[in-house]
Design a protein. Structure first.
Length: 368
């Protein structure tokens, strides 16, 4: 099997190393080992590595294909068109991370050249468009990160399935006996990319509002890295919240991260748009109550085991957080429901993402 995997984030090149997100890197390594012949494509950005892109793909045995990202988007896209045709012609099977411009280009030409394609839907941007629906209908199978996405896309492709989450935690990490107590100082937690679209500046506004409430004492732990980290750090100082907010940066040590989840009294996630964030799985595994916006694929999985928060409305969010702790022992039932739900989900999806891809392509070959 000559497998081509088209990614929708980007390689980061620093000197003689090329980095990706750790979970993506591990997935590609597994896919390479199982397929025997893998090429992986995405755009390349020089000297852009942060602590999120911390996996050096050059240590693994597969072909790294890329087009260098430039400031002139049209020029970059033209190069991607020519590169896509060349790579598609060399490949027998193509697995495409979706959405994104590069994925749409590769999907279009793969269909035109009658190649066997699988689609991995990991975000909500544009997936309801006519083009996306056409691509889904022409794919041999579609894998999504959310049961909600799976339900919607299955209308266009009956071979649509939900992926096993690519996280460091598994069913053995589930906390069934967490000690819940309504502490004097509440511990709030956010884990994720540090960028405006993830709602981190909304979260800062929430912290500012809560800090003015004399009857509410809290500490906010923020874990992650991203393009707005320096801006956020500066804003925290401007708000005078240095003593209430801890910026941890990216944490790659599973045990340290797990302790932060377990110690937290409430996980707060204010993203403006999403596919399905893995951090919600991790919080549920740790037995921590979740308060989140219901964007993208979140609502379909979380509606009965989390607190729904509005998008871009810090005042209401602050009020909901206070209300949650005012009736804490009643509200922690959502965490217990979340624990049961994630346990059932993980037991249902034990097959790894890489195994799912190889198995589906193998079934297609056997059905010929």
């Amino acid at each position: 099997m000559k497998l081509l995997c088209v990614l929708n984030s980007g390689y980061s090149r620093v000197v003689d190393r090329i980095y990706v997100n750790k979970h993506t890197g591990i997935f590609l390594k597994q896919l390479s080992q199982k397929s025997g012949n893998l090429s992986a494509f995405q755009q390349m950005v020089d000297d852009s590595r942060n602590s999120i892109t911390d996996y050096n793909v050059l240590n693994d045995n597969y072909n790294i294909e890329y087009v260098k990202k430039t400031n002139i988007k049209l020029f970059t896209y033209v190069k991607i068109v020519f590169k896509s045709i060349f790579l598609i012609l060399k490949s027998s099977h193509i697995y495409i991370f979706y959405p994104g411009v590069s994925p749409k280009i590769f999907s279009f030409f793969s269909i035109m050249l009658r190649k066997k394609i699988g689609i991995y839907v990991r975000g909500e941007d544009g997936i309801d468009s006519k083009l996306s629906r056409l691509i889904f209908s022409k794919a041999k199978f579609v894998i999504t990160i959310s049961d909600g996405f799976t339900e919607n896309i299955s209308v266009f492709n009956k071979n649509t399935f939900t992926v096993s989450p690519m996280i460091d935690f598994d069913v053995n990490d589930i906390i069934h006996d967490k000690n819940y107590s309504n502490k004097v100082i509440k511990k709030l937690l956010y884990v994720g990319r540090i960028e405006k679209a993830k709602g981190v500046f909304d979260l800062l506004e929430v912290a500012s509002i809560l800090s003015k409430n004399e009857n509410f004492n809290f500490i906010l732990d923020i874990v992650g890295d991203g393009e707005d980290l320096n801006h956020l750090n500066k804003a925290i100082k401007e708000y005078g919240l240095d003593n209430l907010i801890n910026l941890h940066g990216n944490i790659s040590d599973k045990n340290i991260l797990k302790k932060l989840y377990i110690d937290a009294d409430l996980f707060v996630f204010l993203s403006h748009h999403e596919g399905f964030p893995r951090v919600l799985y991790e919080s549920m595994i740790s037995g921590t109550p979740v308060a989140t916006t219901y964007v993208g694929g979140i609502a379909s999985f979380m509606k009965d085991c989390s607190i729904e928060l509005p998008v871009s409305n810090p005042e209401i969010v602050a009020g909901q957080i206070i209300k949650f702790f005012d009736d804490y022992f009643k509200n922690i039932d959502i965490a217990k429901k979340g624990t049961l739900k994630i346990e059932s989900f993980l037991n249902r999806n034990k097959c790894s993402h890489a195994d799912q891809v190889i198995n589906y392509f193998t079934e297609i070959n056997n059905d010929k």
